[in-house]
Each structure stands twice: as C-alpha cells, then as structure tokens.
Design a protein around this ligand. Structure first.
Ligand code: UDP
Length: 259
C-alpha cells in the first residue's frame, strides 16, 4: 500500500490524508504532554482508549444533533474525520473549580461553580495558549460573532449531555476542552465540533472517592494513568473481556505494580 501523506503531527495525534477529498485520518498516539509540552511521557494504550472513547462521545453527540467531524472509526488507533479549518481557539467549559481556574483565582479545587463558565484560549504553543476574551476574538478576526454564538451554544449542549452521561456512570465532569472547525459549502461555512473528547482533555472525578480518572494522574505524577483511562472506557461500556482491548493487558500490568 502506498505510504499515506502526513498532514500534521500534534502532541497526541497525527493527521494523514484521507481516502476521499475532504477527509482525513486521525491517528491516536500514546504520547502524553503537560504544562505546554514541558513534561513528556507515554501512557501505554492511551491512543487505543482515546480513539474508542472519543468515537463513543462524538457518535452520541451526533444523535442529539451536534454536528461533528467524526465519520467512523477505522481501526484501534485511527478514525476517519471530515477535514475542516480549525478555529484557533480552545474552548474550556467548567462545572467545578480545578486547574488553572483554582490557581488564578484562588478558588479551592473541587468547589462546585454556581454556574457553568466558558473560557477561551488562543491556540498558540509558542505563547503558551493565553486566555482571551470575546473582544480579542472579534478584534483579530479569529471567528465571527455568529460563529462564536454557535460555538458557545454547542459547548453548553455538549456540556449538558456529557454531565448526564458521566453522572450516570458515577463520574463528575469537572471541566473539559473543546475545539471547533469550519467546513465550507460554496461561499457559506458552518461550525462543527472537531479534535477529540477523551480523558486527555477532560477532568473526570469518581463521584464517591473523588479519585482522578484523567490526565491529571500524569500531570501530577499520581501513577495509574492507563488504568484510569481504562476505567472510564469500562464504565462507558466500551470494554469487554474478550474484545480487542484485551491486547492492552492492563490488568496484568496493574498486578505487576502490586495494585
Ligand atoms: N485542557 C486541554 N488542553 C489544554 C489546556 C487545557 O485539554 O491545552 C483541558 C484540561 O485537561 C482541563 C481543562 O481543559 O480538563 C481546563 O484546563 P485548565 O485551564 O485548568 O489548565 P491546566 O490546569 O490543565 O493547565
């Protein structure tokens, strides 16, 4: 088979040219980074789990009418997606204080917020993804006002849906990051949900124990990150004893670690 053309390599994913014009293949790596890539490592099996978790969430969102770039999963680490023009804004939705919000404003981690907060960050690694306001987005033309209205509406719908989905499996959705893209139809464009939704970009806490089931395990050197991602997939009903994920063999890994 001819070697596929690589379009882009990010910190956790690689994008390849897709089989049809207007499509791409999104490959999920095991690489993990934190603190603007100052900390690097790998989480064994993460790519396989994130591919599956993100597929599940994106297909569920499509059933409630949220347009996404997801077309179908191709194999353990790859999914076929619609090519889009990424809006250079990271959208963070917060339900509970944690991470940079706690640090910046001195609000104790775990404080339930009286209302959901949406924040915007400018996607620029060299600048360390600075927080921005609507004013900056309008001033520098990163997205139009109509696009920002669509993005905020979709972010709230995604949050409502995901809060319920995770609550049903005993997980608190503390905060998460979304990215959006633009697809063109002649002279008109519309906004769709892009990138991925996985424990890499969400804070997920067990409702009973408050145990962290997300990338904070890696950021904070808590250990057990692969097991945490697997637990999220398991609770979502995405793991079975006999399926392809058995290949991850995380249980024997866990036993070896004496847990
Ligand atoms: N997040 C992300 N990518 C980023 C920054 C943040 O996926 O580049 C996610 C992060 O996993 C968390 C949420 O967005 O679920 C809020 O992150 P925060 O602003 O608290 O930043 P952090 O503490 O991760 O630096």
């Amino acid at each position: 088979m001819a070697r596929r053309r690589q379009i882009y390599e990010g910190k956790a994913k690689i994008l390849y040219e897709g089989p049809e014009p207007g499509t791409l293949i999104q490959y999920f790596k095991d690489d993990a980074t934190a603190f603007n890539a100052q900390k690097r490592g790998t989480i064994s099996g993460k790519g396989v789990l994130n591919n599956r978790i993100s597929e599940h969430i994106f297909t569920s969102l499509a059933t409630i009418g949220v347009p996404t770039h997801f077309i179908r999963r191709l194999n353990m680490r790859e999914q076929l997606i619609r090519q889009c023009e990424i809006v250079p804004i990271e959208v963070v939705i917060r339900n509970v204080a944690a991470g940079s919000l706690s640090k910046r404003l001195g609000i104790e981690e775990g404080t339930q917020l009286p209302r959901t907060i949406i924040e915007y960050y400018y996607k620029d690694d060299a600048l360390g993804d600075p927080m921005i306001a609507d004013e900056h987005i309008a001033c520098f033309g990163w997205a139009s006002q109509d696009e920002m209205n669509d993005i905020a509406d979709m972010a709230i719908r995604v949050n409502d849906f995901m809060c319920g989905m995770f609550a049903a499996i005993g997980i608190r959705l503390v905060d998460f990051k979304l990215e959006f893209g633009r697809v063109w139809d002649g002279d008109y464009s519309r906004i769709i949900l892009a990138d991925e939704i996985s424990p890499d970009g969400c804070r997920l806490w067990d409702m009973k124990s408050n145990e962290k089931l997300d990338k904070d395990r890696f950021r904070q050197d808590l250990g057990g990150e692969a097991e945490a991602y697997q637990e999220v997939a398991r609770r979502l009903g995405l793991l079975r004893e006999d399926d392809e994920f058995a290949v991850l063999d995380l249980d024997s890994h866990r036993k070896k670690r004496g847990k």
